[in-house]
Ligand binder design. Structure first.
Ligand SMILES: Cc1cc2nc3c(=O)[nH]c(=O)nc-3n(C[C@H](O)[C@H](O)[C@H](O)COP(=O)(O)OP(=O)(O)OC[C@H]3O[C@@H](n4cnc5c(N)ncnc54)[C@H](O)[C@@H]3O)c2cc1C
Length: 549
């Protein structure tokens, strides 16, 4: 049986960063197991290819959530990357770190070394910010290129002017001192091509002699000796493939993501004894928090019909598309270099919130109802609005002991009363933004939720019928103290009560942050690499007093 120092399960955002950092030590060997194929497909790299990879089962786990009490009986589609780079290879490219309080709250929950001043050096170390940015907050020398959207669009400009007319300031850098305000998006795009975690971190590492990346390697079990993880069993080629075992002389590190990491722990006998026994799995280690606590951002998309101007809906049709394809081929710019979202707006649901609790996005395009990712034919514009820090929590639980059966994903969106209030406030703000004076030359009429929908109850009912995930699931293997009944890992990301096993991915977040999750997942993996290698953490950043939100 082959033995490596580290066996990493999953080559996604976290797995890619971790592979890069752990293999910096030429004396350590690293084996990476990835269930999906290599990331060769051109749609992964072309930014507008997002619309295609969204449903491509060859590189996407394409999960379905369970219907929840507030999803109108709908089972919501939950894409997840299944290729080198994981979800960073199919995501919407947005780079957004979150707010200072997000990480200070993690620290307050009993996680030493995870406050904002502690994690900021890792955000900085990872990135190569191109464009505006205060050096206190932004990095210039990392592998991950972060650029600002360069497409200047009349509708986007009018939307931002509309936000300013409502008292929402322009913010030159929402990843800087404060998040709130409105601006074009920052993206992990370089020269018109996606900058996935694989491109930034895994592929450079894979050139090293001590890195062994195995694709089509679906991990089915963590191998234990007593309470110590010593290796991983996987099937080469997936279901029905040849079983292979690899040993880890130092550690097994689970980077399977928010849905698959708890699933693999449960399949390996780590989790709630009742759940495991109900599926005939021997309990290796009772840990009731595994899979529990799932959080995600739930978003209704408000749509207005547009007049007097062309939107992306028409630009991707007929000869326009050929022109755009030529533009991309010659300049790496234009429609095919775009992300699904172009403008970001962070604002408050009410006067009493200290920092923004609403995130709104604007796109000069609209999507077919019920067919996410597919553009409509007639001109439209969309404001998507979500609550940044929801309270509702759900779970991920195995459906059976079959490692190829998708787990039960119950997000329980909007089950908390606060979440329902904030989502309604977000829809009201979306409506005000779409109806703002600067957008009026182009605003035709409201298509969704529609003018008949006015009261809070009606808005909530509309959100229930049409809201979807924004693809930010986290918190199913939460980091916290051993004496809590919910924590799965400690603040070194070691699984409580076991040896030789860590979880390092979006699942360890103890609570949802005010952001899309890619940036913070890479940050936590970078920090984990120092913890694993026993390296001294970089000095905490001295923050200016004003950096509140
Ligand atoms: C469609 C979509 C759009 C998004 N848009 C954005 C955005 O614009 N900005 C942003 O910040 N975030 C976005 N996100 C979220 C962000 O990309 C994820 O939160 C982040 O990539 C999660 O990283 P991770 O390392 O936890 O998991 P992943 O990146 O999902 O990696 C997990 C990896 O583990 C592998 N794996 C799982 N199980 C096994 C197994 N049993 N054996 C072997 N390998 C396994 C998977 O195939 C995958 O490669 C989006 C996500 C999606 C899906």
């Amino acid at each position: 049986m082959e033995t490596f120092d580290y066996v990493i399960i999953g080559s996604g955002s976290a797995g890619s960063v971790l592979t890069n950092r752990l293999s910096e030590d030429a004396n350590s060997t690293v084996c990476v197991l990835e269930a999906g194929p290599s990331d060769w497909h051109p749609y992964i790299h072309l930014p507008a290819g997002f619309i295609k990879t969204f449903h491509m089962k060859s590189i996407n786990w394409a999960y379905q959530q369970e219907p929840g009490p507030y999803t109108g009986g709908r089972s919501i589609y939950a894409p997840r990357g299944k290729t080198l780079g994981g979800s960073s290879s199919i995501n919407g490219h947005i780079y957004n770190r979150g707010q200072r309080q997000d990480f200070d709250t993690w620290a307050q929950m009993g996680n030493r070394g995870w406050g904002y001043a502690d994690v900021l050096p890792y955000f900085k170390r990872l990135e190569r910010r191109v464009g505006e940015g205060d050096e206190t907050f932004r990095g210039r020398d990392g592998n991950l290129t972060v650029t600002t959207m360069e497409w200047k669009d009349t509708l986007c400009e009018a939307f931002m002017a509309g936000a300013v007319s409502l008292g929402i300031p322009k913010n030159p850098d929402y990843n800087g001192a404060i998040q709130e305000g409105v601006s074009y998006c920052q993206r992990t795009i370089q020269n018109g091509l996606r900058m996935s975690a694989a491109k930034a971190f895994l592929h450079p590492a894979n050139k090293r002699q001590n890195v062994h990346v195995r694709t089509h390697a679906h991990a089915t079990n963590i191998i234990f000796e007593g309470k110590c993880a010593v290796g991983v069993r996987y099937l080469k080629g997936g279901r029905g493939g040849e079983p292979v075992e690899v040993r880890a002389s130092k550690e097994v590190i689970l980077c399977g993501g928010t849905y698959n990491s708890p699933q693999l722990l449960q399949l390996s006998g780590v989790g709630s004894p009742e759940l495991l026994q109900s599926h005939g799995i021997e309990v290796r280690h009772a840990l009731p928090g595994v899979g529990e606590g799932l959080q995600d951002h739930y978003a209704p998309r408000s749509v207005a019909r547009v007049k007097n101007i062309r939107t992306i809906n028409e630009l991707r049709q007929g000869w326009h598309l050929w022109v755009e394809a030529l533009k991309w081929a010659t300049t790496r710019r234009g429609l095919l270099s775009l992300s699904p979202t172009m403008v970001y707006c962070f604002w408050h649901s009410g006067e009493t919130t200290e920092s923004s609790d609403l995130q709104l996005t604007f796109t000069p395009a609209s999507y077919k109802e019920g067919v996410q990712g597919t553009l409509e034919d007639q001109p439209g514009m969309t404001v998507t609005s979500w609550q940044q820090r929801p309270e509702s929590r759900g779970y991920v639980r195995i459906r059976s002991n079959d490692p190829f059966q998708q787990p039960i994903i119950q997000t329980n969106y909007l089950t908390h009363e606060l979440d329902r209030r904030v989502i309604v406030a977000g829809m009201k703000l979306a409506r005000r933004l779409l109806k703002s004076e600067p957008l009026s030359p182009y605003y035709d009429y409201e298509d969704f939720p529609g003018p008949k929908v006015q009261s809070d109850e009606e808005l909530l009912a509309a959100a229930t019928q049409r809201g979807t995930t924004t693809f930010h699931p986290g918190c199913t293997c939460r980091m916290g103290p051993a004496d809590s009944n919910w924590a799965v890992v400690d603040d070194q990301l070691r699984v409580h009560g076991l040896q030789g096993l860590r979880v390092v991915d979006a699942s360890i977040m103890p609570r949802m942050i005010s952001a899309n999750l890619n940036a913070s997942t890479m940050m936590l993996a970078d920090k984990a690499s120092d913890l694993i290698r026993g390296k001294t953490a970089p000095e905490a950043v001295k923050l200016p007093e004003a950096a509140v939100a």
